[in-house]
Ligand binder design. Structure first.
Ligand SMILES: O=C(O)CCC(=O)C(=O)O
Ligand SMILES: [Fe+2]
Length: 310
């Protein structure tokens, strides 16, 4: 059965490759089997790969091209859209600014940032209609970034809709009503995260064995959709503690459960640690840039209806 295909099977880590169309358009038994496979993947690996997902290749190609156009701007233009506060969590973070980590102590994070800064830059985009926080968009102008905002809002909405489908599958797999999570996730208080790992000399990794493109961490939300280009470097921690390559597979999206879903499921679902490292070693002086797009889902910031007093 398609749901038993492995995207990754190594070192005790089995990440299933699942046909999402069987959940979206299948017969009731196909939908149920696919929902079970999705839930099992999150319970065992914390990660799944989905094929035949609803975001068309042309839309993805466009999102990646627009992301490259954004990062291609002069640094000063990007810094003008600088990330400000965790509450807003919007805007641009220049290389070396963000260090993803499992550490909780700010001084320890700072030491890790100095020893092995994440070799990446990012743009965080939140719900565009949020009444509290505004996205930081490049000026529309006539250049390459014309239409950037409209394209990103469209991509954001497509990811939101896919997230709602996924939460329906998880609820079905858990034996709950399909709509169980609906009222928690329908606001779309999510974060679209454009990531660019600039070209880097191979000897940077050789000179510093702790050097990474993104440090080891778990994600904070319910699930993260992760679209990656063909460069490689994403690794997922296996149940025995080894980091295993989660290589790109054309036409698929990698999805991982985050801390919130682990909490919601009483830790039956795993929020698994992952990182981005030196790409598969090859004979080159410089590794090319890598782009990825992560959509991190969070529950609605405000309750859907007033919470009863007691
Ligand atoms: O770029 C990647 O492949 C991973 C990014 C990631 O894990 C994150 O931003 O949370
Ligand atoms: Fe992550």
């Amino acid at each position: 059965m398609a749901t038993d295909d492995a995207a990754v099977s190594k070192g005790g880590l089995f990440i299933p490759l699942i046909d999402f169309a069987k959940f979206l358009h299948g017969t009731p038994p196909e939908r149920a089997a696919t929902a079970d496979a999705i839930l099992r993947g999150f319970q065992t690996a914390g990660f799944i790969y989905l094929k035949n997902h609803p975001i068309p290749p042309s839309v993805l190609r466009r999102a990646f091209a627009r992301s490259a156009d954004f990062f291609d701007q002069p640094l000063a233009a990007k810094l003008a859209l600088g990330w400000t506060t965790p509450a807003a969590n919007r805007g641009y973070s220049s290389p070396g600014r963000e260090k993803v980590s499992q550490l909780r102590d700010v001084d320890e994070v700072q030491r890790e940032r100095c020893a092995a800064p994440d070799l990446k830059e990012s743009l965080e985009i939140g719900r565009d209609s949020d009444p509290l926080f505004a996205n930081l968009w490049p000026a529309e102008g006539e250049g390459k970034l014309r239409g950037f905002r409209a394209d990103m809002v469209d991509f954001f909405d497509r990811c939101k809709s896919m997230h709602e489908d996924l939460m329906r599958a998880i609820a079905l797999g858990m034996g709950l009503g399909e709509g169980f999570f609906g009222k928690f996730v329908d606001a779309g208080d999510n974060t679209l995260r454009l990531l660019h790992y600039p070209a880097v000399k191979a000897d940077v990794f050789q000179a510093n064995p702790g050097q990474v493109r993104a440090g080891e961490h778990s994600d904070y939300g319910s699930v993260t959709l992760l679209f990656q280009d063909s460069r490689g470097g994403l690794q997922v921690r296996s149940p025995t503690g080894q980091f295993i390559d989660a290589a790109p597979i054309e036409g698929t999206v990698v999805i991982n459960a985050g801390d919130l879903l682990a909490r919601w499921s009483n830790d039956t679902i795993k929020s698994t640690v992952h990182r981005v490292v030196e790409p598969p070693r090859r004979d080159c002086v410089e590794y090319p840039p890598r782009y990825s797009i992560a959509c991190v889902y969070a529950p609605r910031a405000q309750p859907a209806s007033p919470v009863p007093a007691d």
